[in-house]
Design a protein around this ligand. Structure first.
Ligand code: SF4
Length: 276
């Protein structure tokens, strides 16, 4: 009997994945809480950078209940340095919802948790609850676009992912993540070493995005520096300017952003502190 293209391609993909898969503390994890922590940290941060933060975090907050009961100051003390601190706030809010109401288990209900978008909801449903769904992120989009020879978006991307999905879905999602991270990389994919090159249209289906702006001197760097400072001690506006070394107008804007994100409060005496 002739195998379908998808079956042949997935057989080669799985065989490569069994031999080459990357090792992470959250790999193979089935505890939804630990998967949620890892996925929150992996949003916008490279996996190798996440490892020590993840290990410290799940040691200090080993259960969803322990995180739900935590002060934001303690959460951000472990998050600071990873960047995008609002992820830490949203993760604690998600833990509070789960501690109160139990775990949602489908992509359609997981997406209601704070900080959980369609990708994270599908990844959680697949890794923790055995759902047969593809977890569509930028890596998967890039690889599928190259297989198809054209940029895929929206409904065409979802349809391509559903057709390509292998069994078990959790392994397929992890294999595709590893393929995208190590071989089918954005700028110069390693097609000669690729396990699925026989079923691919080649690199032209994906256009590499423009690189992110400079971090040094950016508003993002300043917001991170302010959170790191306030995790250690409360501070006046003057203290914040002195500790960060940024111009006052930029510090003003960054503090306003952090307050609107509900990460930082200012009391009536003008002292800034991490929110409750
Ligand atoms: S053959 Fe090249 S472009 Fe196609 S999936 Fe493999 S690495 Fe990506």
């Amino acid at each position: 009997m002739t195998l379908l293209v998808e079956e042949e391609r997935n057989a080669s993909l799985f065989s490569w994945y069994r031999a080459e898969q990357r090792s992470f503390p959250w790999r193979g994890e089935t505890d939804p809480y630990r998967i949620l922590v890892s996925e929150a940290m992996l949003q916008q941060t490279q996996a190798s950078r996440v490892i020590p933060f993840y290990n410290r975090f799940v040691t200090r907050f080993p259960t969803v209940e322990s995180l739900a009961a935590a002060a934001l100051q303690d959460v951000l003390a472990l998050w600071a340095g990873l960047g995008y601190n609002s992820r830490g706030l949203r993760l604690r809010e998600a833990a509070r919802m789960i501690a109160a109401d139990g775990w949602p288990t489908t992509p359609a209900t997981l997406v209601d948790l704070p900080g959980v978008g369609p990708y994270t909801a599908s990844a959680l449903a697949s890794f923790a609850f055995g759902a047969r769904v593809p977890a569509v992120d930028t890596n998967l989009r890039r690889v599928l676009s190259r297989w198809h020879g054209e940029p895929l978006n929206g409904a065409s991307l979802q349809a391509a992912a559903a057709t390509a999905l292998g069994d078990p879905a959790s392994d397929w999602n992890q294999a595709m993540m590893d393929l995208g991270a190590t071989t089918c990389v954005s700028k110069v994919p390693l097609c000669g070493a690729c396990p699925v090159r026989d079923w691919c249209s080649g690199p032209a289906g994906h256009t590499p995005p423009r690189t992110q702006g400079r971090f040094e001197g950016s508003a993002r760097q300043l917001r991170g520096a302010i959170v790191r400072s306030l995790v250690r001690r409360d501070a006046t506006f003057r203290d914040v300017v002195q500790q960060t070394g940024f111009p006052t107008t930029q510090v003003e804007m960054a503090l306003a952003d952090l307050m609107s994100e509900q990460l930082v409060n200012r009391d009536e005496t003008g002292v800034y502190r991490i929110a409750e």
